[in-house]
Design a protein around this ligand. Sequence first.
Ligand code: FAD
Length: 547
Amino acid sequence: MLRLTELKLPLNHPEGAIEAALREKLGLKGGALRAFSVARRAWDARKRSAIELVYSIDFEVADEAALLRRFASHPVLGRTLGPTPDTSYRPVARAPAQVPKRPVVIGTGPCGLFAALILAEMGFRPIILDRGKVVRERTKDTWALWRRGVLTPESNVQFGEGGAGTFSDGKLWSGIKDPQHLGRKVLTEFVAAGAPEEILFVAKPHIGTFRLVTMVESMRAKIEALGGEYRFGTKVVDFIVETGRDGQRRMRGVVTEAGETIETDHVVLAIGHSARDTFSSLHAGGVFIEPKPFSIGVRIEHPQSIIDRARFGDFAGNPILGAADYKLVHHCNNGRSVYSFCMCPGGTVVAATSEPGRVVTNGMSQYSRAERNANAGIVVGITPEVDYPGHPLAGIDFQRHWEERAFVAGGGTYAAPGQRVGDFLAGRPSTSLGAVIPSYKPGVTPTDLSLCLPDFVVAAIREALPAFGRTIRGFDMEDAVMTGVETRTSSPIRIRRDATMRSINTLGLYPAGEGAGYAGGIFSAGVDGIRVAEAVGRDMAGMAAAA
Ligand code: FAD
């Protein structure tokens, strides 16, 4: 099989145009082209009057080597034509007949799910623990906060089956390096679990919330069928670490909140970025943790139609393009950078706190992305050395401080503090909201967002919004609405690991995914889960560790 990349066609091309272009480019007549399929489809909207689709096409010909030879020195085809990469997944280890102690995976977010799946596929029958509830029960608790302002601290947007990305836009792209094509395993498993097949070939795949819920259930069924064992409502509160005569610290088990000890020599720690109590317990237990930069800011909402028009011009509404997204960055005079984060076209802003008395925003959407508003985080990068120096967990105190201020500014009911962009730029509190109706539930209190953000963040966002308005016309419109605070953009810590994926000072502990500081988003968390499970599998099978 061969692959041709960068095949460009106009957005509204007729059905047969791909085959015709492929034949023409490669001089393939009649039966010379045996079969073809679309491996990837992206769009290029830099020129709004002539938006193009950019394809990678996999195809078969009788003599592949001859075709490659023919175009080897062609200025374009020499670069864009080549063998189709083998992206199939093969387990790296096989469990021995007897596994004395089963591996434990903590967390059922994308990282824990994929770690558990890979371990189960290798035959290690992992035990999978999650502090939260099964996804259907969790959905009810999550909606209770959104509809009625009732928070369940162990079952919410952050905690429970499926992890933080279950109620999300389900965006699945990432800029990570993935030479082993582990991301393909993530996507194919998602499709097998019920995701739309197009995620295998569109450049910016997304799933939407409703499907994610059923997919998580379907993956659970698969993992259980392979010998995995789930335990929900099981929070790990302590880690049993033994120091040997060689001075090495070794993981020997975990203790649950119910007081049960589960003995194990291999723990995959996939606890996400909101498990603040667990971070404290790891730190108290001597596991090496260091502070890590993250970002803080607000969510902004605009009518989706404004974003569609600005991005796609007359092509706005085209079904292949769907609801438009954006990615913005502005470098400020005060040395800070402001950027858009986790943009959700046609979605809603959601209450994403896991702790009482705090307000956190984030965004989600359904597959159709058909809601009236576009939303995105507008956040400012912060660094430990400058903004929360001192203690490895100081970033958590920093987050909590501003989340509490947001709770108070919102009125103490889990309503979010909100402000019109016009008022924010003019430095006056909002007393009412305008034409853009905010989607955050249980509600938005018009106020002054500078009450719940550091001054340098307010200054940076004030400078960035007009600059963003020059890139996307209308971005700084008076009635666009901002809600806050967006604090859980990524983990405020990193639990450092070595080349064999183990904690640098605790053998048998495998920090993984977003919480440990090794992923940012569903896709990369899934890939990291696979990598870590492979490392555990190799170690348990007695194989030499991979570099
Ligand atoms: P998590 O998904 O956070 O999973 C951690 C799990 O560990 C949780 O299930 C938790 O209950 C469990 N846990 C924690 N502590 C313990 C303990 N002590 N004992 C037992 N269990 C424990 N990313 C994208 O790529 N695309 C998006 O569109 C997107 N939208 C998002 C929308 C929202 C509202 C949110 C909140 C996040 C969104 N994200 C999105 C980010 C994405 O969800 C995370 O990057 C991803 O879920 C991280 O995966 P993870 O497995 O590392 O951790």
